[in-house]
Design a protein around this ligand. Structure first.
Ligand SMILES: CC(C)(COP(=O)(O)OP(=O)(O)OC[C@H]1O[C@@H](n2cnc3c(N)ncnc32)[C@H](O)[C@@H]1OP(=O)(O)O)[C@@H](O)C(=O)NCCC(=O)NCCS
Length: 171
């Protein structure tokens, strides 16, 4: 298993594989911005936007690759308002169901924290479905809970989900 950062050109080339991971996660019930009717074109449009932001330096994109196949990904949003240059935000931590429970999520987060540190970040934040697989992963990796908001987002089938906001110092 290899974890690596993609540049903008590599990210654009990886759009079909990244879309496949996103669609698999949504089909598996993950509440990650999209609804169950997510179409391949909508998923690809999302990843093209991410690739453009990577090319512009606004975010870091990391992937987990096993024997050439992309199985997981996470982003660090680096572009922040002028009064928060030290903060980064973790987004779209996604591992294909074929690759779960083998440590990819933990390895991706380790690499994301390294990338954030290298970009001068000292504080990371994220939000995640309360008591979901991500919430458990982040707690295990030392993230602190800031608080929970009920009914913050919808699951892919439309039911409301509580969301927990978390933070971690990485300096
Ligand atoms: C959350 C998510 C990224 C975790 O990815 P993952 O690769 O399965 O994460 P890990 O393998 O590091 O850890 C998952 C579990 O596997 C266990 N595990 C890790 N390596 C293992 C191994 N070699 N053998 C057995 N179990 C293992 C971990 O202890 C952990 O157990 P727990 O959930 O009971 O605490 C993944 O479930 C996912 O993509 N979910 C859908 C999208 C989503 O909700 N993302 C979060 C958005 S905020």
């Amino acid at each position: 298993m290899i974890i690596r950062a993609l540049d903008g050109v590599e990210a654009r080339a990886a759009v079909p594989a990244l879309s496949g991971i996103l669609m698999d996660c949504v089909a598996g019930g993950a509440s990650v911005s999209f609804m169950a009717d997510l179409a391949p074109a909508e998923a690809e449009a999302f990843w093209h936007g991410v690739a453009a932001d990577v090319a512009g330096g606004g975010r870091a994109l990391l992937v987990a690759q096993d024997e050439g196949r992309l199985l997981g990904t996470v982003q660090v949003i680096l572009a922040m308002p002028p009064n928060q240059p030290h903060r980064g935000e973790i987004a779209k931590m996604l591992v294909h169901r074929d690759g779960r429970r083998r440590g990819l999520g933990a390895a991706l987060m380790g690499a994301a924290e390294d990338a954030a540190r290298a970009a001068g970040k000292r504080l990371l934040t994220l939000d995640t479905v309360t008591d979901g697989d991500g919430h458990r992963l982040y707690r295990r990796l030392g993230w602190q809970v800031a608080g929970t908001i009920p009914d913050y987002a919808l699951g892919p089938e439309g039911g409301p989900c509580p969301t927990t906001f978390m933070w971690k110092r990485i300096s």
